[in-house]
Structure formats: C-alpha cells, structure tokens
Unconditional design. Structure first.
Length: 245
C-alpha cells in the first residue's frame, strides 16, 4: 500500500537533510585531514562514526527507528561475506554501524560525491565500474579476496541497485562466487527499510525498520549455485514474510 506524505513529513525530511549535509561537510573534512595519521581500522572507526549520528538524527527528525534481530550471529573475529536486499539509502548508512569494519561493494560514481564520497574512499571500498561487466566481476573477486584475507568483511547487495518494495529484481551470484572462491562464510541480512525510506524518496515515513541477521552459511564444500541458493533463498523467504517482496 502506498503511503501518503503530509506537509509535516516534508518539513521533517528537510530538517533531516540540512543537518545531514552540514555535519557531513564538517566531519568529512576532519576525516580527510586525520586519515594520513591513522591505520585502516582507525580510519574506519573515525569515518563511520558519523553513521551513528545519521541514524540518530533520522529518528529525531523523521521518527524512523530500528530493531535488530540476531546480531549475535555476526562473528566476533575473522572475515565473511554479507549479502543483503537493497531497497533504500538507509541500509548503506546503517550497515556500517552493524558490520565493523567492512569493505562495501559499490558503484564507482559514489566516490566522486564531494565530502561524502571522498571520506568513503578512505574505507577500502570495492568500487565497480558497472559499464564493464566482466571487468567488474574480476575486480570483485580479486579485491574481495584481498579484503577477506585482511580479515575485513565484504558487504554486497546482490540486486546491484535499489529495488522498490514489492519487487525482487535479480540477485546476482557475485557474493556466492567470492565466498566460495575465498572459502569464507556467507551471512545474509534482510531488512524492510524501503517501507520507511523508499529509494530516491525525499520523504521518510515514521516507523521501525526491522533488520534480521540470518544463519552463518559455511561455503566450504559448496558449489557457487548451492551457496547462492542457501543465502538468497533465505533472503527471499524473509522478504516475503516482511511483505517487502
């Protein structure tokens, strides 16, 4: 069901973005200045500190809260591949507070965004050129293995782009291929953020985003198809239960 936005919601969203951009410019500038003095993990902690503010500010301004189920399943040590559905900008902000540290697979263009993208580039993302499909897959596997070998979890949105609530899109096998080739576990994470922050929507709708951490899937001994089916199959089933697919 499509939600109706009130004038107050537009005002609250406007206040959110004013705070978002003002704090981002100042904080990102500090991160860029301090980054040469910090290790990767130090940079990650500093740069993503602002993400806690983003989530807090979203709750204050727009009434969007969050509930996480199963966070204890995330390994305390070692690396793994996280796969998740993608319907909003919200999860790109929140997941950096949940999986720490991490290397996110993202599109190259994001790193060109002033301040925000410049700071994001400090976090060893895997920035893909989506116009070069074969080259992008090779880059994902090569750089993904490097990150995993450094004990940095890799976050992938297999749908490749934001998909509106009610649709599933196509889940690619890049995450399964990376996990199987690196012999690392896969952890699926599902959410319903698109109900409250629809993709490309200015207005944010009040409510509680539910995030569910799925089972740890041991990829050793599995084929790419088996690993893909185990992780994406769980995501699709949970998306149906959350009524976002």
């Amino acid at each position: 069901m499509e939600q109706k936005a009130s004038p107050l919601m537009y005002l609250r969203a406007a206040i959110y973005y004013v705070g978002f951009y003002a704090v981002t410019i100042v904080y990102s500038s500090l991160c860029l200045l301090a980054s040469p003095l910090l290790s990767y993990r130090g940079r990650f902690k500093m740069v993503t500190g602002i993400n806690f503010f983003y989530i807090f500010w979203l709750r204050v301004c727009c009434g969007v809260k969050v509930k996480v189920e199963g966070a204890e399943k995330l390994p305390k040590e070692g690396s793994y591949v996280v796969v998740s559905n993608h319907s909003s900008e919200w999860e790109t902000l929140f997941f950096q507070t949940l999986v720490r540290p991490q290397s996110a697979v993202l599109k190259q263009e994001l790193l060109k965004i002033p301040f925000f993208g410049w700071a994001l580039a400090l976090l060893k993302p895997i920035a893909l050129d989506r116009s070069k499909r074969r080259g992008a897959l090779k880059q994902l596997l090569t750089q993904g293995k490097e990150r995993l070998q450094e004990d940095i979890p890799v976050l992938i949105f297999p749908q490749g782009t934001r998909v509106p609530v009610g649709k599933t899109g196509k889940f690619n096998k890049g995450g399964a291929m990376l996990a199987v080739s690196a012999e690392k576990p896969i952890i699926p994470i599902v959410h319903d953020a698109g109900l409250f922050w629809p993709g490309k929507s200015f207005v944010k709708y009040p409510g509680t985003v539910t995030v569910k951490v799925g089972p740890v899937i041991d990829s050793q001994g599995l084929s790419v198809d088996e690993a893909h089916e185990a992780s994406v199959g769980w995501l699709l089933e949970e998306m149906k239960q959350m009524k976002v697919a």
